[in-house]
Ligand binder design. Sequence first.
Ligand code: DHB
Ligand code: FE
Length: 281
Amino acid sequence: MARISAGVFTSHVPAIGAAIDLGRTAEPYWQPLFKGYEFSKQWIARAKPDVIFLVYNDHASAFSLEMIPTFAIGCAERFAPADEGWGPRKVPPVTGHPELAAHIAQSVILDEFDLTIINKMDVDHGLTVPLSLLFGQPEAWPCKVIPFAVNVVQYPPPTGNRCYQLGRAIRRAIESFDQDLNVQVWGTGGMSHQLQGPRAGLINKVFDNAFLDRMLADPEALAKMPHVEYMREAGSEGVELVMWLIARGAMGDAPTRVVHRFYHVPASNTAVGHLILENLK
Ligand code: DHB
Ligand code: FE
């Protein structure tokens, strides 16, 4: 059977992708950030996932204000990097796992969480920057990826609790898939940042570190945090953090081990947070 071996949580700033693509990671501004991911690159080379279920948000690249699914699962064979205005990033295309994605869609929808099924989609920095942070610059991504897009761009995004409960349904789905697969769940986005309006540039280290603590100690209570608290404390784009709760929910109630924790300010306009949790079961 498929099993969820680990959860990876990380921010997804576009400028991080540009720093990697332009060979600027050793510059003084970027060096401390990439240092925080050195362990992660070694860890994932050992962990060797077969499939990553990657929770992220599209930033008006694949979707526009004309059509915005709350939860969308990528069921295609292949997903190309999106053109976000400067041409597509020169990173490999993402290979999907249509069979597992279709199984998850069936299981989760029959479990009463409605998903949008996507059979063709380009993927933006929300998905490709986390892959670059963990895998560097390979010729091809070393595993399959199921993109899972969440609306955090147009009000109303889903609640943290809805995300957490959906994560649990995703766990049931993955664990009932009849192939031996090492699956990781990733939650991306955040931490505190606001890209617009009078509070643009907002960063809240106290909030972010408390969020990381609560992800470990009591995610179920963290999931009850209302949107207004994310907005007030972590800025308008800080609400991306609800996506971490999908991946955290998918890790289930089994005991977990923290293998890595990292926090760095700033990367572009954003506070970067990163956690790696292993499932002990
Ligand atoms: C930035 C951060 C994001 O999460 C994003 O989607 C776009 C830009 C930034 O800090 O510049
Ligand atoms: Fe974002």
